[in-house]
Design a protein. Sequence first.
Length: 100
Amino acid sequence: MSQKTKPIFDKRIFWDVEFENIDYDAKANFVIERVFERGDVEDIRNCRRYYGDEKVTGVLLNAKFLPETRMYLASAVTGRPLKDFRCYTLRQLNPTLFPY
């Protein structure tokens, strides 16, 4: 069995952890959520290439939090409606103050 090549991500995405020590397979959920939260288009492409669309979609659907703009991006990338995302449902259950 061949070893998968590590995906290439910008270090700024993982500013708060030891970048060189990230276990991309054991911490897949953390990596996928963080890439969609803070990454750019190329980072997201590398993430999808490494993990596959099925894995990425499953993780994003179950994520507890994504910024609002990134929820829309995740919805567009996965082809799933917003209401399918756990983070969208949680946001609807806990509304914030109206931003003036």
